[in-house]
Design a protein around this ligand. Structure first.
Ligand code: UD1
Length: 431
């Protein structure tokens, strides 16, 4: 497994270009299954999860062309199977996004049930109950979810989510797009990725209103067609680089981002003493203000509040702030995997239930540490960038799932980071 070797203490300076949003590109690629015509997606980030999603589409029988690295032209005209196998689902939970489109267009779908993951159990019961509301029959057979629409087509209905779910909302939006009649989703997720997906679906001929609010109305259509769409900027990558500038006491110009999607993050970071200037609609200039960082409490919540996907990175920043901050995680039950690793670097953090108490400011020192999940890995990279000495981070395949060319981007602004390839694994594979 590859590792990162980071020699910390260097202020990051320069310009960073933000990639397309992984969490938007994943459902948009799944949406291509709703039509036999070609859907062209631009600004698809070149990250491991998207390669997996592409493989899923190809396994199902779709043709995926990439005339340019970040442009995918998908034609799902000859779908031969309706099944997302365990091998794919276990590496990427977002494969469950194939369920809604397959069920809607072909009246049948089989997707392996995702197991537990590092940040919690993450069930899909809410997706499945919503499909049942739309008239699907859903059963569990040998670890697979098998769903079918008895009369070949789903029927519009009122769906009320008891908990806000991002991929659940996306799955139902896609399923309802081709259902007979009207569907209303209550307590829908309001993430920018939901709006982006709705925009693509509407370009494909769907009739969706209200995406971005907690009530989404979908008037089902008989069929959908081809479209061309550009994926929004990755707000979590943007937030991670804002923290990178602040934690290293540097100055970064962050380009091709969409600050309007980061309201709660920018507000909290400003409160904590980070200088964030909007140079224009898509460029931020970030530095640390002269008085230094101050501890500020945060609670994660669904959009438009502070995202759980920025919790770990914020915690690394708080180790460098004066005072005590409390960080409450309300979305996932086991999302403090980075705490033990940060403690190995000298951070003073105590966990009490779903809250972490961080005492700052501490001088972090390099150590051998382990990445446990995608965002936790980002927080460890950030901590290593401001630590004294060398940090070796193992299992960085997690970060490759969602951050495009992170080593190259960080090096371009002065970070001392290198990827150490696991030659033992390569040799074994070559044999
Ligand atoms: C998405 C994001 C992920 C982000 C998360 C929360 C993608 C590909 N991933 O994940 O990066 O961290 O939103 O913002 O977009 N739940 C249930 N039953 C369900 C579905 C969800 O109990 O059927 C629970 C989950 O366990 C969790 C909460 O609802 O506690 C929110 O999860 P959800 O919004 O569904 O997360 P994902 O869509 O998986």
């Amino acid at each position: 497994m590859d590792k990162f070797l980071i020699r910390g203490g260097k202020p990051l300076r320069g310009k960073i270009e933000i990639s397309g949003a992984k969490n938007s590109a994943l459902p948009c690629l799944a949406a291509t299954l709703l039509t036999g015509e070609t859907v062209t997606l631009h600004n698809v980030p070149y990250v491991k999860d998207l390669i997996t999603q592409r493989r899923l589409l190809e396994d199902l029988g779709a043709t995926v062309l990439t005339p340019e690295l970040r442009t995918h032209k998908v034609t799902a005209a000859n779908i031969q199977t309706f099944e997302a196998p365990y091998e794919l689902v276990k590496t990427m939970r977002a494969s469950v996004l194939a369920l809604g489109p397959l069920l809607a267009r072909f009246g049948q779908a089989k997707v392996s049930l995702p197991g537990g993951c590092a940040i919690g159990t993450r069930p899909i019961d809410l997706h499945l109950r919503a499909f049942e509301k739309l008239g699907a029959e859903v059963s569990l057979e040998s670890g697979d979810v098998v769903a079918s629409a008895p009369k070949g087509r789903l029927i519009g209905a009122d769906v009320s989510f008891e908990k806000v779910t991002v991929t659940g909302t996306e799955n139902v939006m896609m399923a309802a797009a081709l259902a007979k009649g009207k569907t209303t989703i209550h307590n829908a997720a309001r993430e920018p990725e939901i709006e982006d997906l709705a925009e693509l679906l509407n370009k494909m001929g769907a009739r969706i209103k209200g995406a971005g609010t907690d009530v989404i109305e979908i008037e089902g259509v008989e069929q959908m067609g081809g479209a061309e769409h550009t994926i929004i900027a990755d707000r979590i990558e943007t937030g991670t680089f804002i923290v990178a500038a602040a934690i290293t006491n540097g100055e970064l110009e962050i380009k091709s981002c969409q600050p309007e999607h980061l309201g709660a993050v920018i507000e909290k970071l400003r409160e904590a003493g980070v200088d964030i200037e909007e140079l224009n609609q898509s460029t931020l200039l970030v530095s640390c203000c002269a008085r230094g960082l101050q501890a500020k409490d945060v609670t994660t919540d669904p959009h438009p509040f502070f995202p759980t996907d920025m919790q770990a990175q914020y915690m690394s920043l708080m180790t460098q702030a004066e005072g005590e901050s409390s960080i409450m995680e309300t979305i996932f039950e086991n999302r403090f995997m980075h705490v033990g690793e940060l403690q190995r670097m000298g951070a003073k953090i105590e966990i009490s239930g779903n809250t972490a108490l961080v005492s700052g400011k501490t001088n972090l020192t390099g150590a051998r540490i382990l990445a446990s999940d995608l965002r936790a890995s980002a927080s460890l990279v950030l901590a290593a960038l401001c630590a004294s000495g060398e940090t070796l981070i193992d299992r960085v395949y997690h970060i490759d799932r969602g951050y495009e060319t992170i080593v190259r981007k960080l090096r371009s602004v002065g970070a001392d980071i290198e990827r150490i390839k696991d030659t033992m694994a390569m040799t074994a594979e070559e044999k």
